[in-house]
Design a protein around this ligand. Structure first.
Ligand code: G3H
Ligand code: 13P
Ligand code: ZN
Length: 335
């Protein structure tokens, strides 16, 4: 069934991004694969009055079924309206395809009600990336759907989204890429990467407290891009901070996560004040949910009702998403 996103109460990213750049904050790009994640995300954004970009990856479509996910997103709009009727502020919601790898996938999402798609051609040769991104933009813009492209390659490995080595975005290519493709926003590579192991301990230095500090993001690249294309929306992927206390909780209750190191939150707050208007955070949510579920099960060995351990997981997740909005992204009260 072909459906346009406006019929589902969703919005594209145009106004959200314009306001985020002018206001010096970033909008959360939060991924969901199941009901508990969706409830935590919508609850967190409604309670903090933050605009929301709800993300679905190809992996999520494979895991949860694409039709079901689409209806869940429609349900999320209704759920947010219900929360607003009960006292929270109404929030704008974008439904976004995360890391689309082909024109066909992007078209399928646009036809089924997504209001924004990412075409990630970053692993392709430059001209091919331009070609596929241009084609997606042409189709998407006919339907007033926003398109995010990617230039430069993020390091790290996470499921289907993988790249052995990071190749920083070349600022001199950005203007050419944007003008020839017509993209509405661009994901760039300045030192972030996907997953919970973003740096090896060898890449880090030790501070006074004996903590490992990763190398700083390449703000020089970000600022050069911003200077070349003032007001153009930039996106940061791979922006989980991998909080140490969550890793410690997971390991205390049977997990074995080694050398998990993320992007320090101060670096992300600094980026949010620039042309970066969307920050993607997924791994931190996975850690929060897993930490709470492991702890609950370990402390209550007789539990077998999923609501009794997924419930605390969902609560912990909502708290994490709210903290990010308030303390890192700055999107609180911007709905
Ligand atoms: O960037 C990747 C997101 O965290 C989604 O991950 O492909 O495992 O769903 P996924
Ligand atoms: P993290 O793995 O750092 O959470 O990044 C998520 C992401 O970029 C989703 O597209
Ligand atoms: Zn990503």
């Amino acid at each position: 069934m072909v459906v346009h996103y406006t019929e589902l109460g969703l919005v594209n990213t145009k106004e959200m991004f314009a306001r985020a750049i002018a206001g010096g904050y970033a909008i959360p790009g939060y991924n969901f694969n199941n009901m508990e994640q969706l409830q935590a995300i919508v609850g967190a954004c409604s309670e903090t009055a933050s605009p929301l970009i709800l993300q679905v990856s190809e992996g999520a479509r494979n895991y949860a079924n694409q039709t079901l996910l689409r209806y869940m997103a429609e349900g999320a709009v209704e759920y947010a309206a219900e929360l607003a009727a009960a006292g929270d502020k109404p929030i704008p919601i974008t439904l976004h395809l995360d890391h689309g790898d082909s024109f066909e996938l992007c078209k399928d999402c646009i036809d089924s009600g997504f209001s924004s798609v990412m075409i990630d051609g970053s692993a392709r040769p430059y001209e091919e990336n331009i070609e596929v991104t241009r084609k997606v933009c042409e189709y998407a813009h006919k339907h007033d759907v926003s398109v995010e492209g990617e230039l430069g390659v993020l390091a790290g490995i996470e499921d289907d989204v993988s790249a052995e080595e990071s190749v920083y975005t070349r600022p001199e290519e950005v203007e050419d890429f944007v003008s020839r493709t017509g993209v509405d926003s661009l994901a760039i590579s300045i030192g972030t990467s996907h997953g919970a192991n973003k740096f090896t301990p060898e890449q880090c230095t030790e501070n006074d407290r004996g903590e490992l500090v990763p190398p700083p993001l390449r703000f020089d690249i970000l600022y050069e891009i911003e200077e070349n294309l003032p007001g153009f929306p930039i996106v940061l992927h791979g922006s989980s901070s991998v909080p140490r206390h969550l890793v410690e909780t997971i390991n205390k209750y049977g997990g074995q996560l080694e050398d998990a190191i993320g992007i320090p939150e101060e670096q992300l707050s600094k980026a949010a004040k620039s042309a970066v208007c969307k920050i993607n955070i997924d791994s931190d949510g996975r850690l929060a949910l897993t930490a709470a579920v492991r702890k609950t099960l370990a402390e209550n060995p007789r539990l077998f009702d999923p609501r009794k351990y997924l419930g605390p997981g969902r609560e912990r997740l909502k708290q994490l998403y709210k903290d990010k909005i308030k303390n890192v992204l700055g999107s609180e009260n911007q709905a």
